[in-house]
Design a protein around this ligand. Structure first.
Ligand code: BES
Ligand code: MN
Ligand code: ZN
Length: 493
């Protein structure tokens, strides 16, 4: 979709398949509505008088034809009493308007809703939110359908505002984040028989070919064995598909400037392994690579925005399957860090692939490391589907990530990482066990990872609840690409 910004001089003269005009609930018609009303001989006033135009927040009324104006249609949108609104009110309004345009199969529209005030957010924020929401509407999953879905009808959205660098940047951010999320959604939605570790490696090479500043490198099992990645390889032991450690570097900053490192859990299917999962909803474990997918989406957004920083994406990709060669409960493995792990449950595999990737991340002398993982069912129990779980060994860093999530509308919530929880990982036969019992399952998983992230500033995002939706809208959400990209935009400034 093309999203452009330009001041509309005289809305009654603006040619367009559809003008989007605001109507208030109190105080009469204002701005563009007032002009359109008089140009059309008072149609809007009559509708208001009759009670057909309440002006209540986010209500819509499409006028399919209106004499006296150049546009073919007018979509009237209720703006309430004109008082500042909350972020969620604004997002609801965007979704309602986009929904109405799409339902009418309009291919082009002019957005003239430019006198809305959102509490504690500026104009740029509104533009980013609008561009992001419109871009997300473009997503179609078609890859394994015999009949392709029709593409989005809406192809051009013009926003009435002064064409300043600030406005254009705000729109560019929204588009880049939306596209990054759509890439993440596509990788997440692909089934496990297509989206294998080798497929992710191929996608990494494809993404790096699209942007000059992205470079991909894939480590095969042989290289991982030489590095001593016994934890990661123990997860791949039961699978016919070889594991891949995928490294994508974005070089947008100064040579030698410490990079931000993103580490993604890329389990392309998690059966649980020998500790096999129950049948119901096991299909959803194709989404167990959504952390990895969010690394792809974020790197794509960062490259599109040409951020002047260095970022490294590390993806630990493997299947987790049972077989005669699979790792068994009670097995002890040695991680790249030298620490030994007793695998009490082969279904706690995410932390096993991540711990070696975290050790590997240290080689980049990172400014900070963030890992992203669909790590624990316990996180879904604790926070539901609205917030990602956030853990960090540095509170100020955690605060920056929480702020970024709040700003873009992709929220996280911090959980404790206190030493008190560490003893739940004690083992008689290794330096640690890979599970810490049922109490505080997300926290003990994070405590496990923390033991491999002692050398740098680190945060862990548990996206088990936020990475995909269930039910009718089943599919990957593209989270937390918004949070991560917003954080990196802030870091780049
Ligand atoms: N990928 C799962 C976590 C998960 C479960 C994500 C449900 C989303 C929905 C992870 O590998 C896993 O199986 N975790 C176990 C850990 C347990 C064995 C300590 C879990 O959460 O049950
Ligand atoms: Mn598992
Ligand atoms: Zn898993």
């Amino acid at each position: 979709m093309q999203i452009s910004i330009k001041s509309v001089q005289g809305p009654e003269q603006q040619r367009s398949p559809c003008l989007i005009i605001g109507v208030h609930a109190k105080g009469g018609l204002r701005g563009a509505a007032k002009i359109i009303d008089s140009a059309s001989g008072g149609v809007l006033s009559r509708l208001q008088k009759r009670g057909d135009l309440s002006g209540d927040w986010a209500t819509t009324l499409l006028l399919p034809t209106l004499d006296g104006i150049a546009a073919e249609r007018v979509l009237l949108v209720g703006l309430g009493h004109g008082a500042p609104v909350g972020e969620n009110d604004y997002r609801k309004l965007i979704q309602t308007v986009l929904g109405a345009l799409i339902e009418q199969k309009l291919d082009e529209a002019h957005w003239l809703l430019n006198d809305i005030t959102v509490l504690a957010r500026d104009k740029s924020w509104q533009l980013t939110q609008l561009a992001m929401a419109a871009t997300l509407r473009e997503y179609r999953y078609t890859e394994t359908l015999s009949k392709p879905k029709a593409p989005l009808s809406l192809r051009k959205l013009h926003i009435d505002d002064d064409n300043s660098a600030g406005g254009r940047n705000a729109i560019a951010r929204g588009i880049a984040i939306g596209r990054g999320m759509n890439l993440t959604r596509r990788l997440g939605d692909l089934p496990g028989n297509i989206c294998t570790p080798a497929f992710l490696a191929k996608e990494a090479r494809a993404l790096s070919r699209k942007h000059a500043k992205l470079h991909a490198n894939v480590l095969e099992e042989k290289a991982m064995r030489e590095l001593g990645m016994g934890a990661l390889l123990s997860v791949a032991a039961g699978s016919e598909q070889p594991a891949k450690l995928i490294v994508i570097e974005y070089r947008g900053g100064k040579r030698g400037a410490a990079p931000q490192v993103l580490v993604g859990k890329g389990i392309t299917f998690d059966s649980g392994g020998i500790s096999i999962k129950p049948g119901p909803k096991m299909d959803e474990m194709k989404f167990d690579m959504c952390g990895a997918a969010s690394v792809f989406g974020t790197l794509s957004a960062v490259a599109e925005l040409k951020l002047p920083i260095n970022v490294v994406g590390i993806i630990a990709a493997s299947e987790n399957l049972p077989s005669g060669t699979a790792t068994k409960p009670g097995d002890v493995v040695t991680s790249m860090s030298g620490q030994t792990i007793e695998i009490l449950n082969t279904d706690a595999e995410g932390r096993l692939v991540l711990c070696d990737a975290l050790t590997y991340a240290g080689r980049f002398r990172p400014a900070a490391v963030i890992d992203i993982a669909t790590l624990t069912g316990a996180c879904v129990v604790a926070l539901g589907k609205h917030a990602s779980g956030l853990f960090s060994n540095q509170d100020e860093f955690a605060g920056q990530l929480l702020d970024a999530g709040r700003e873009i509308g992709d929220r996280a919530w911090q959980l404790p990482l206190w030493d008190d929880y560490q003893k739940q990982l004690d083992s008689n036969f290794a330096d640690m066990a890979n599970i810490g019992g049922p109490a505080g399952g997300s926290i003990t998983a994070a405590c496990f990872l923390a033991r491999f992230a002692r050398d740098y500033r680190w945060a862990h995002l548990d996206i088990a609840g936020t990475a995909w939706d269930e039910g009718g809208a089943k599919g990957a959400t593209g989270r937390p690409v918004g949070l991560l990209t917003q954080y990196l935009i802030g870091y780049a400034q």
